[in-house]
Structures are given as structure tokens and as C-alpha cells.
Design a protein around this ligand. Structure first.
Ligand code: NI
Length: 172
């Protein structure tokens, strides 16, 4: 297992729509292990494969409470199959947009269908933090970021800030 480098805004990779995983193999398993290690090290509660540079529809997450036992969950080809009319607000962040947090409003409950490494299909209802995380991560698989849910003014401000940071790093 190893920690993989994170893809950071404004890297255009973050706008790529990830590919469906047609066959999970040893490389998929190794990727998922690395994604968990990278996510827990960050630390973060969710990670999409594109954030470590692999444009495949794979998500790792752990929405357990801080002092509770870990609940690692890996989702292959996850899809939202229904979402509640009830909404919830959560202050989100993203490992690809470090040190930036903003409140996002999303459906409070969702149904998620996904595959595990053995290709077995699961359906699960998620609410609270898990619902927010899974929607945020599935957005990543579609090239969408949480800042896309904010006003244009806020979004453009944060993109500019990260473009400036990237230019500064590039010129050093
Ligand atoms: Ni994110």
C-alpha cells in the first residue's frame, strides 16, 4: 500500500468524466487500498479515483464518527438511484481544493447502487454525512466539484486563487 499524490485544482483532470469499471482486477484492489491509505492520511472522509489521477468510477469513503470504529466503504461504479426531497446543509471541503470550506445544500437522503470488488451489486440508503460524502464523490466521477454548487462569484474567486497558487509553484 502507498499514499498517492493528490490532484489539485485547477488540474484539468478534475473535469474529466471517469470511465465505468468493466472488470475489477488486482490493479483495482491495489488502487482501492492506496485510496484508503491516501484518504486516511490526508485526513479525509471520501476520495474519488480521479483525485489520485485514475479516471475510473471508484470511490472510497468513511463517514464514521471520529471516536467510533472505522467504516471503510469502497464503491465501484456507484450511482444515485433516488434522492429525497428533503435537503440538508453541510460545510464541505475537498482534498483537491485544500483549506477551502463552504456550505453546500444537497438531498438529505439518497439511495446508492454500486459494485464491490467481486462484482456483486449492492443498494444502500445513506443519510447524514454519508449522503453528503457519496454525492460529493459521485460528482467527482462526473467531472463536477463542490464549488460548482456555489454562486458563480464564489466559484470564480476560489478558482482564481488556486490558479495563482499553481502559477507560483510552477515558477519556483
Ligand atoms: Ni472532493
Amino acid at each position: 500500500m502507498s499514499i498517492r499524490p493528490l490532484v489539485i485544482l485547477p488540474d484539468p483532470l478534475l473535469r474529466v468524466v471517469s470511465d465505468v469499471v468493466s472488470h475489477a482486477d488486482g490493479a483495482t484492489k491495489a488502487l482501492i487500498e492506496d485510496m484508503f491509505e491516501t484518504m486516511y492520511d490526508a485526513p479525509g472522509v471520501g476520495l474519488a479515483a480521479v483525485q489520485v489521477g485514475v479516471t475510473q468510477r471508484i470511490v472510497t469513503m468513511d463517514a464514521s464518527r471520529k471516536d467510533d470504529e472505522k467504516e471503510p466503504l469502497a464503491l465501484i461504479n456507484p450511482e444515485i438511484i433516488w434522492s429525497s426531497d428533503a435537503l440538508s446543509e453541510y460545510e464541505e471541503g475537498c482534498l483537491s481544493i485544500p483549506d477551502y470550506h463552504e456550505v453546500v445544500i444537497r438531498p438529505a437522503k439518497v439511495g446508492v447502487r454500486y459494485l464491490d470488488l467481486d462484482g456483486k451489486s449492492f443498494e444502500r440508503e445513506m443519510e447524514g454525512l454519508a449522503a453528503t460524502v457519496v454525492q460529493h464523490e459521485i460528482d467527482h466521477l462526473n467531472g463536477k466539484l463542490f464549488i460548482d454548487h456555489l454562486s458563480r462569484l464564489k466559484r470564480e474567486r476560489v478558482i482564481k486563487k488556486f490558479q495563482k497558487l499553481a502559477r507560483r509553484e510552477g515558477s519556483e
